[in-house]
Ligand binder design. Structure first.
Ligand code: GDP
Length: 296
């Protein structure tokens, strides 16, 4: 088990006894420990660099008060900066659109899009009292269409059938038309994912976005993806104006550094965390709690 930032710094603190301030002299060594802790939590390297630069600036000149040591003070500064970086923005789903509000789900295959679509449907039904329709635009995997049907039923929402021989844009438009005529408040559009970034896929989802003009475009990303999450996030950000992030598989044993990387690269708020395979395993993202998890 990797040591936590608190462990790392408390070792350092012993060598700093009597130093009441964070100074140019001691900050270098402390930043090295912060860097290691973030890398161990799987935050991507360029993101770590930016983050360290911001923390260093805040730490230098920060008054170390009372019984705190410079190390403890730094943990506080890092924690606060992590939470601030990950926590800005609105957490709940934006439905401020002429109904039906369309929500587009994007992400790699296996990230948890279909599961999250159903979880969100349930959330919107129970917490926001909305009438919700789902549709799958994944024409490559008939099994994915069936999977969405099953989980939509579990969520208590309605499912619009799609045919694998149709184009994703046509499927989404047909679902939108159905949603309008039957007074649905929300249409959740699940999309195809690939195992790796793929240009054709990116164009397809960008076209889909242009056709259905979603009020929310959510990027679903696996917290266990670690360092690679930054590349995935970059590619999706280039293709789509993302409005939010859902971080899945937070019940796994990753320290969740992907959250920081994805947030920094996309600029979009992290709205939800997936915490189990079950339909009710979705939580509103809590930046402060997550900062604690990254630092260990
Ligand atoms: P998609 O290909 O992006 O649609 O991904 P799926 O929704 O099919 O999910 C892929 C796998 O991840 C499935 O086995 C899901 O049960 C699982 N999964 C999705 N979200 C979570 C989560 O938050 N926690 C856990 N433990 N598993 C999840």
């Amino acid at each position: 088990m990797a040591s936590t930032l608190t462990d790392r710094l408390s070792r350092l603190v012993k060598t700093m006894r009597g130093q009441a301030r964070i100074t140019e002299d001691n900050v270098q060594e402390m930043m090295r420990e912060v860097r290691m802790a973030l890398l161990e939590a799987d935050v991507a390297l360029p993101v770590v660099r930016d983050f360290i630069a911001r923390v260093k600036e805040k730490a230098l000149g920060a008054e170390v008060v009372g019984s705190l040591s410079p190390g403890q003070a730094l943990v506080g500064i890092v924690n606060k900066e992590l939470a601030a970086t990950m926590g800005e923005g609105v957490s709940d789903i934006n439905l401020a659109a002429q109904p039906p509000a369309v929500i587009l789900m994007a992400g790699l295959q296996g990230a948890g899009k279909t599961t999250t679509t159903a979880k969100l449907a349930k959330h919107l039904i129970e917490k926001r009292k909305k009438k919700v329709l789902t549709v799958s635009a994944d024409v490559y995997r008939p099994a994915a269409i069936e999977q969405l049907k099953t989980v939509t039923r579990q969520a208590g929402a309605e499912w619009f059938p799609s045919t694998a021989s149709d184009k994703p844009v046509d499927i989404a438009n047909a679902a939108l038309d159905h949603a309008r005529r039957h007074y649905f408040d929300v249409l959740l559009v699940d999309t195809a994912g690939r195992l790796a970034i793929d240009e054709a896929l990116m164009k397809e989802i960008a076209d889909l976005h242009a056709a259905i003009k979603p009020v929310e475009t959510l990027f679903v990303v696996d917290a266990m993806q670690g360092q690679d999450a930054i590349n995935t996030a970059r590619a999706f950000k280039e293709a789509l104006p993302l409005t939010g992030i859902v971080l899945t598989k937070m019940d796994g044993d990753s320290r969740g550094g992907a959250a920081l990387s994805v947030r920094q690269v996309t600029g979009a708020p992290i709205k939800f965390a997936g915490v189990s395979e079950k339909i009710d395993g979705l939580e509103v993202f809590d930046a402060e709690r997550h900062a604690g998890r990254i630092l260990g």
